[in-house]
Design a binder for this molecule. Structure first.
Ligand code: ZN
Length: 312
C-alpha cells in the first residue's frame, strides 16, 4: 500500500529519509509531480510544480530533489514524444512537440549530469502501465493497457512485464476511428491528423466542441455518447490487435460520472460478440494511490538503479 505523501516542498518530519531513496518525476504538459520513496509502493514525500519553460521547470525540480541526501536514482515518466533508444545520441530527449520550448529538451541528461546517479526515462503512460501491471489492476495478468484521456490521449501497453516499443513508442491516441453516427461536422483538433482519436475525444477536443467539460454537459447530451463510443473503439482495437486482458482508463476526462460504464457498453456493442477475448477483457479505473504516474515514475527509477543506467 502506498503511504500518503506530503504536499509541501519541505522534508516530512516523520518519514524515513535516511534510507536509500528513489526519486520520480511525472512530467506532464501542465504540471510535474515530484516524488521520493524507498520503493514504488512506499512514497514518502511529493510535491507538484507548474510546467513552465524547460529551464525554469527543470531547475525547480532539481532544487526540490537536492534536499534529499540519500537519492540513489531517478525515474522520469514524461509526456512525449521521447527518444527511448539508449544507443541514440538523443536518448531521453523530448522530440518534436507543440509544447513551446520543449522540443529537443534533454530531460534525462539534465538530471543525470546534475545528480550523477542512474536516471531512467519512459513515457508517462508506459510508466503508469507498468505500475498498474505490477502493483494495481494488472496483478496476475499477462497484458495491460493504460489509457490516459486528458489534454491528449496516450496509451501504454505492457505485455509480459515489458512496455511494447517498436520504432519508437506507440502513439495509439492517434489511431483513426470510425465517426460516431451524427458526428460528421467537427474537424478534430489534432495538429497532425485532425480527426484522429485524440483530435475527436481528448479533453482539448471536448473543450473545442462544447466550450466546457464533459461533466458539464447534460446526462443525455449526444457528446457523452460520442466520446464513450470513441473510447470504446480504442478498447475494441486493443482487443482486436493484442487481445489485451486489462484496460485501465485514467486521466481527467475519465472522472466524468458514468463515462467508464458507457465506454464498457460501447466496446461490447462494437464487438458484437465476435472477438474471443473481448468478453473477458476488463475495463477499469486506475487502482494506485497516490497515482499510477507517480508510482510509475519511482518504478522507472528503481529499474534504472537495477540496470545501472549511468549518466553521460
Ligand atoms: Zn493525431
Amino acid at each position: 500500500m502506498v503511504s500518503s505523501a506530503s504536499q509541501n516542498t519541505g522534508k516530512p518530519a516523520c518519514a524515513n529519509l535516511s534510507a536509500p531513496l528513489i526519486g520520480g518525476i511525472e512530467a506532464g504538459g501542465t504540471k510535474f509531480v515530484l516524488s521520493v520513496g524507498t520503493s514504488p509502493t512506499e512514497i514518502l514525500a511529493s510535491t507538484t510544480i507548474t510546467t513552465a519553460d524547460p529551464q525554469i521547470t527543470l531547475m525547480q525540480a532539481a532544487g526540490w530533489f537536492e534536499q534529499f541526501d540519500q537519492l540513489q536514482s531517478l525515474g522520469i515518466a514524461s509526456f512525449g514524444p521521447i527518444d527511448l533508444d539508449p544507443s541514440s545520441s538523443r536518448w531521453g530527449h523530448i522530440l518534436e512537440t507543440p509544447k513551446p520550448g520543449w522540443t529537443g529538451c534533454d530531460l534525462r541528461g539534465f538530471f543525470a549530469r546534475r545528480f550523477s546517479i542512474p536516471v531512467g526515462i519512459d513515457t508517462d503512460v508506459n510508466g503508469a502501465a507498468l505500475a498498474e501491471f505490477r502493483f494495481g489492476a494488472g496483478r496476475g495478468a499477462v497484458s495491460l493497457a493504460y489509457i490516459t484521456v486528458g489534454t491528449g490521449i496516450g496509451v501504454g501497453l505492457v505485455i509480459d512485464d515489458k512496455p511494447v516499443l517498436g520504432l519508437g513508442h506507440p502513439e495509439m491516441g492517434h489511431i483513426l476511428p470510425r465517426r460516431a453516427e451524427g458526428d460528421q461536422d467537427f474537424p478534430g483538433v489534432c495538429p497532425y491528423h485532425g480527426d484522429c482519436l485524440e483530435g475527436l475525444a481528448s479533453g482539448s477536443a471536448i473543450a473545442a466542441r462544447y466550450g466546457k467539460s464533459l461533466s458539464d454537459l447534460s446526462p443525455d447530451h449526444t457528446g457523452r455518447r460520442w466520446i464513450a463510443e470513441y473510447l470504446g473503439q480504442l478498447c475494441h482495437t486493443l482487443a482486436a490487435t493484442v487481445a489485451v486482458e486489462i484496460v485501465v482508463l485514467g486521466g481527467g476526462v475519465m472522472q466524468t460520472p458514468g463515462l467508464i460504464d458507457a465506454t464498457r457498453n460501447a466496446a461490447d456493442m462494437l464487438d458484437q460478440g465476435y472477438l474471443p477475448g473481448r468478453a473477458r477483457q476488463r475495463i477499469v479505473m486506475p487502482q494506485l494511490v497516490p497515482g499510477s504516474g507517480a508510482v510509475g515514475s519511482i518504478l522507472l527509477g528503481q529499474l534504472a538503479l537495477q540496470a545501472g543506467h549511468h549518466p553521460r
